[in-house]
Design a protein around this ligand. Structure first.
Ligand SMILES: [Ca+2]
Ligand SMILES: [Ca+2]
Length: 220
């Protein structure tokens, strides 16, 4: 059985955790991490495993028009392998871990805060940019960006809306810096108006589960 992380979600040092002290700032980050869980748990079984990471890497390579044995596909697999290893390690688990939604959010929260952002996330930005910039102009055009999000199952109209938010300078394409800033805001940003909140399309409202109560232990 997996260890339940429910009720133990880590919070920033200046925020409260338990009981009634849920913090709106935390809820926004939670909403984004839970949204990300939905993107990774493609089969909807409520668990994210290394197989899901492998599948995402494979779909991204496909979306980029890259053969499975191409250098780009191998780079994607390597980055997603490393990403999964960081997630599992954050929870003290092995590569065969099965993370439920709370655990997934907890691990990402820890990774994005405790690890240097450049170490944890920038390689993913690089891998995505390298793979999806199919015309090689060092930017993601709307079509390239839409293909990227389609690999996660995000509909084209949602991707189009996201694109207009992330293209901050309005030049019709997303630069490396614009993508990196979006990733940074998605994982660490606490302002609901940040463009980076739209990294994976519109953000569904996250309704936190009620505080977890453990019934007193009684002998059977
Ligand atoms: Ca391009
Ligand atoms: Ca731009």
């Amino acid at each position: 059985m997996t260890q339940r992380a429910h009720g133990s979600f880590p919070r920033g040092q200046d925020t409260t955790i338990e009981g009634s002290g849920r913090n709106a700032v935390d809820e926004l980050i939670l909403a984004k991490l839970h949204n990300r869980f939905g993107l990774f748990d493609q089969d909807g079984d409520g668990r994210v495993t290394k197989a899901d990471y492998d599948a995402i890497a494979e779909r991204l390579a496909e979306a980029a028009g890259q053969a499975p044995d191409s250098a780009t596909a191998r780079k994607l697999r390597a980055e997603y392998d490393a990403g999964w290893a960081r997630m599992a390690a954050e929870l003290g688990r092995g590569m065969d871990a099965e993370l439920d939604e709370d655990e997934f959010a907890t691990a990402w929260y820890g990774v994005s805060r405790e690890t240097d952002f450049g170490t944890a996330v920038l390689p993913v930005v690089e891998a995505v940019m390298t793979a999806m910039d199919t015309d090689g102009d060092q930017h993601l055009q709307a079509a390239e960006f839409t293909r990227w999000l389609a690999a996660y199952g995000v509909p084209a109209d949602a991707a189009a809306t996201a694109f207009t938010r992330l293209d901050r300078d309005g030049d019709g394409r997303i630069s490396h810096d614009e993508l990196a800033q979006a990733f940074h805001e998605y994982f660490t940003g606490t302002d609901p108006d940040l463009p980076g909140n739209w990294l994976y399309g519109p953000l569904p409202r996250y309704t936190p589960s009620p505080p977890h109560t453990v019934p007193p232990h009684t002998a059977p």
